[in-house]
Design a protein around this ligand. Structure first.
Ligand code: NAD
Length: 321
């Protein structure tokens, strides 16, 4: 079995390689070649922690495995990351363990890759202003991946906790882009592409904020009850997702479906657009919305790539199990 420690991941796999792996596995899902297994998520009654598994099988790439992970709110005080993830891959022919891979950085990279894939396939080609709602850990990865997809000349941002906006300003500066902190009204008025990446449980962006032609990548809602945008936006938009079952249960679409303003059949798997099986954006004025809920196959795809790269670069640790 191969071990790829967390500390090696940054030096091994790039955002571009994660983008390619995620785009490919989304297409494989739409072709019926890869599927996710039901998600397990439990409050364990210790350390206030949430713990669970995301897993799946990519039959085309022969990638089988799971990501174990969760949220330990007391970790930051101990100098550890609150979100903890580890990927285990298995040999699809024998069931033997194949690799153990640190999954913390990979989670941020695969999540940013998903919204970037949506921007590539759904945003207007002439998009110039990127709007960021959220300034937490994930936001910097999101911004970096997004700017690779369009010729953005400005970033505007809003955050519930304004003191965190420096993260967006510093990331934009690093990318050579001007940054402006704005109200949500102003963000909707200026932005051509909007990424939401917060842990909000109430809508932040309202229907009145959103202009025709906007692409939204809603990435924060990955649990029942969370919500970042008003359900009326989904009623006005064409809605895309990584996986429809997750979108209607734990994603942003849970609220619009429960309110009866859209149905499950109105939501398109983004892999179908990538694979040429469904149309993407159909006009300049259309609002497109990607409901990125985070699927296990994304984790397996980037972890499998990291294992290949670790082998190539001689940093994989081999153990007999
Ligand atoms: P973080 O804790 O570093 O940051 C949290 C963000 O949410 C900050 O911007 C904070 O200001 C904001 N926030 C907190 N409470 C809020 C409230 N009541 N109203 C509005 N905003 C509020 O978290 P992170 O690691 O950046 O993750 C952000 C979100 O993305 C989380 O909800 C996380 O579960 C989700 N996430 C989704 C995926 C996916 O695949 N879709 C992957 C990773 C993380």
């Amino acid at each position: 079995m191969i071990i790829v420690p967390e500390k090696e991941i940054a030096g091994l796999i790039s955002a571009e390689e994660c983008f390619d792996a995620v785009e490919a596995v989304f297409a494989a899902m739409a072709r019926g070649e890869a599927y996710n297994f039901p998600v397990i998520r439990e409050a364990i009654g210790h350390a206030d922690a949430l713990y669970g598994f995301k897993s799946g099988f990519d039959r085309a790439g022969l990638v089988l495995g799971l990501k174990s992970g969760g949220y330990w709110p007391g970790n930051a005080a101990k100098g550890l990351t609150n979100h903890q993830s580890t990927v285990v891959l298995f040999d699809a022919d024998s069931g033997r363990p194949h690799a153990l891979v640190g999954g913390n950085l990979l989670t941020a990279l695969r999540t940013a890759a998903a919204s970037a894939v949506s921007i590539k396939h759904l945003a207007r080609p002439d998009a110039r202003v990127l709007g960021m709602v959220g300034a937490g850990h994930q936001s910097a990865y999101q911004m970096r991946a997004a700017v690779a997809q369009r010729d953005f000349d400005k970033v505007v941002g809003w955050n519930f906790h304004p003191e965190m906006l420096s993260r967006l300003a510093e990331t934009a500066e690093d990318l050579g882009l001007p940054f402006e902190a704005v109200s949500l009204e102003e963000l909707g008025a200026q932005a051509d592409v909007i990424i939401t990446i917060t842990s909000s449980f109430a809508p932040l962006l309202m229907d009145a904020h959103i202009r025709p032609g906007t692409h939204l990548a809603c990435m924060g809602t990955d649990t029942k009850g969370k919500q970042e945008v008003e359900a009326a936006i989904l009623a006005r938009a064409r809605v895309f997702t990584d996986e429809v079952a997750q979108s209607v249960s734990i994603g942003e679409a849970q609220h619009a479906v429960a309110a009866g303003v859209i149905g499950e059949a109105d939501i398109c798997q983004i892999g179908a657009v990538i694979a040429g099986l469904a149309p993407g954006r159909s006009s300049e004025d259309e609002i497109t919305l990607f409901d990125g809920t985070g699927v296990g196959l994304q984790d397996l795809a980037v972890a499998a790539r990291a294992v290949d790269l670790a082998r190539d670069k001689g940093v994989a640790i081999e153990v007999d199990l």
